[in-house]
Design a protein around this ligand. Sequence first.
Ligand code: AMP
Ligand code: ZN
Length: 115
Amino acid sequence: MENCLFCKIVKGEIPSEKVYEDESVLVFRDINPAAPVHVLLIPKEHIGGADELKPEHSDLIAKLILTAGKVAEELSLSNGWRIVTNVLEDGDQTVRHLHFHLLGGAKLGDFGLKG
Ligand code: AMP
Ligand code: ZN
C-alpha cells in the first residue's frame, strides 16, 4: 500500500535492520526500542491492524506467532518474552500496518511498556 511505512520497509525503500525474512513475514529491529530486545514482526501483505483480520488470515497469524517463538530462541530470550499488538487509536497504534512487538531481554515489568 502506498504511503505505508512498513510496506516501504518490505519493498526496501526504507532501510531496516532485518532479523528474519521469508516469503510472507519480515522481522526487523524497532527503531526506538522499549526493551533490551525489541523487534517487530509483520506480514509482507498490507493488513491495517488486528481489527482488519479475516478468517483467511488464520494461517498467516499462526505463522507470525510461530515465527515470534523461533526469533525469540535465535535472540536467546530463553528467560521469557512478550508479544503485543496495538490496535487503532485507543490501542496506541502509530503505524497502520499490522505488527507484533516482540520484547525481551529483561524483566519487562520494569519498563512500563506500552508495546
Ligand atoms: P505501534 O505504536 O504499536 O504502531 O508501533 C510502531 C512501532 O514502529 C514503534 O515502536 C516505532 O518505534 C516503530 N518504528 C517506527 N518507524 C520505524 C522504522 N523506520 N524502523 C523500525 N521501527 C520503526
Ligand atoms: Zn503496509
